[in-house]
Design a protein around this ligand. Sequence first.
Ligand SMILES: Cc1cc2nc3c(=O)[nH]c(=O)nc-3n(C[C@H](O)[C@H](O)[C@H](O)COP(=O)(O)OP(=O)(O)OC[C@H]3O[C@@H](n4cnc5c(N)ncnc54)[C@H](O)[C@@H]3O)c2cc1C
Length: 616
Amino acid sequence: MERESLEMDVVFVGAGPANLSGALHLSRLIEAQRAKGEEQSAKLGEIQIAVIEKGSYVGAHNLSGAVMDPRGLAELIPDFKQKGAPLESEVKEDQFLYLTSKRAIRSPINPPPLNNHGYYIVSLNRLTAWLGEQCEAVGVNIFPEFPGAEMLYDERDRVIGVRTGDRGLDKEGKQKANYEPGVNLLAKVTVLGEGVRGSLTKKLVQRLGLDEGREPQVYSLGVKELWELPDDRYPAGRVTHTLGFPSDQWTYGGGWIYGMQNRVLNLGYVTGLDYRDPLIDPHAEFQKFKSHPFVAKLLSGGKMIRYGAKAIAAGGWHAMPQMYSDGVLIVGDSAGFLNAARLKGIHSAIKSGMLAAETIFEALLAEDYSSNTLKSFERRVKESWITPELRRYRNFHAGFRHGRWLGMANAGLQYISGGRAWGIFDRDHQDAGHEAMQKLSAYGYHGDDVAQRYKDFRFDGQLTFNKVTDVYHASVGHNEDQPAHLHVLDTNVCATRCAEEYGNPCQRFCPAAVYEMVDVAQAVSLRGESKPPASSPLPLGEVGVRARSLAGGQNLSEPRAIASGSNGPDVNAPRRQLQINFSNCVHCKTCDIMDPYQIINWLTPEGGGGPDYKGM
Ligand SMILES: Cc1cc2nc3c(=O)[nH]c(=O)nc-3n(C[C@H](O)[C@H](O)[C@H](O)COP(=O)(O)OP(=O)(O)OC[C@H]3O[C@@H](n4cnc5c(N)ncnc54)[C@H](O)[C@@H]3O)c2cc1C
């Protein structure tokens, strides 16, 4: 197939705070060099910088808490306030609560990592859109609706650019009338700033072994809603963090409640994606959090207006991969720059983008894009304020493997000691999160009722919502006649081993009702066929007709998961099979992370598809 090739100098993949800051800073460094009019400036010539983004506009896929430490932004744009950065409010009040099932106990001291005075509550969606405008103002080319689908390598495994996704393929992968092949964007340096669990970053790291000698990354999942309140009961600028209910003590988790402008309340719940109980459902944990008397009272009379979910890279310092190779750099959440103890990554994403820009600028002057030159990125990171910040919390997350209270004690010790760990925490490094999930039998569940953990909990459609109702509020849109972007490498595992061992946890850890185990007969009738084949899984990409018809309040109870039965001619054929409602996907990446068999691959869908996180 003929593909167009476009020669750029630097391509940034992903328009998040990290890459937009990188593109802006690089563009300014080049401009400043040109202004000097020295001989070296001529070398630079016309530098073409491009940023590609899979969302339909810059900001569409950006979801965060968010309380922003302004340190990074102030270095990038010192007069960000005068320039109109979209800040919701300065933080005026911090509180930290421990929730029992009925009570909210206010801690007399705020844990130091959660001290937010002088910081700003922001909507990352708006902040990112604004950073995009700053980039365009200095001539950076930004291409929304262009996912980076594949890395391009030369014969010596040096990165030479990125291929954008094809458009106009139907669900079987055949070309439609509007077919447009993806373009090969060739670049001297490609910068991966895809955010958490980047699909290209994952493959690059595996291919080049960039995680050798590092610990596996561990993740959390943040599930969030915005509510419109009827009055001023929760002022803009107030920040609350919670610990306790509804997480059990073996599950890392906590809530946040931030006051935004115009009586909008921003609240969410983080569940560690290294939970043990296979029946945990992070979306349900968040709904339970809202049912706590303290939270329910805050929300009474209000209206839920937006929903979203996204994974968080929580592994910290020990889990960062090598961030450079020939022709490529990795920045922001893709490299794990987030500080999990502070639940903050915007400031360090911005700074990492700036340091990448300085590295690339040096490489452009030297006309050398090999890892030998680009490795100075890591030196820059080490010499910057990012390193002491991340090292101070380097053993933070691993401590929670010993449960909530020992994890908290470890966090305190680390804060005092600058990140050192003793006793049971010493050298107590983390495993990949999905490995922590225990089998149903090992966790003490009997029978195949996968709804037992939440059996007394109901979605009432007022305060608490099922996934389908919530997903509607994420304004997700995907063209349904395209190949599914969620690849399950072996669907037979789903109806057999996974059903027996874990009760198909994808149905629960996905916060968007993408994965469903359905009866074979029912699944086929959804396709409009009269007679089911005895044991053939649905083609991947079957759209979510059923999921999307389930609006309104309902019980969490799932139909019983049956691993095998006697339906049709083959008595051993599974009666249940996986249906992937890919059009519901909110791009949180949890399935790629948490699947116990690691057989789900999240790939980029056709450009522009996904959530619209306006105001999130
Ligand atoms: C629930 C939650 C709460 C958080 N709370 C806070 C907080 O209070 N304060 C704070 O500082 N930080 C917070 N963070 C972390 C913060 O949001 C991140 O650290 C920060 O956004 C990282 O920036 P980034 O540019 O690396 O990635 P992102 O902001 O994730 O941006 C990545 C961009 O790349 C795009 N992309 C991905 N893959 C491709 C591809 N292959 N091709 C094209 N485009 C692609 C994505 O669509 C996205 O626009 C929170 C995160 C979450 C999920």
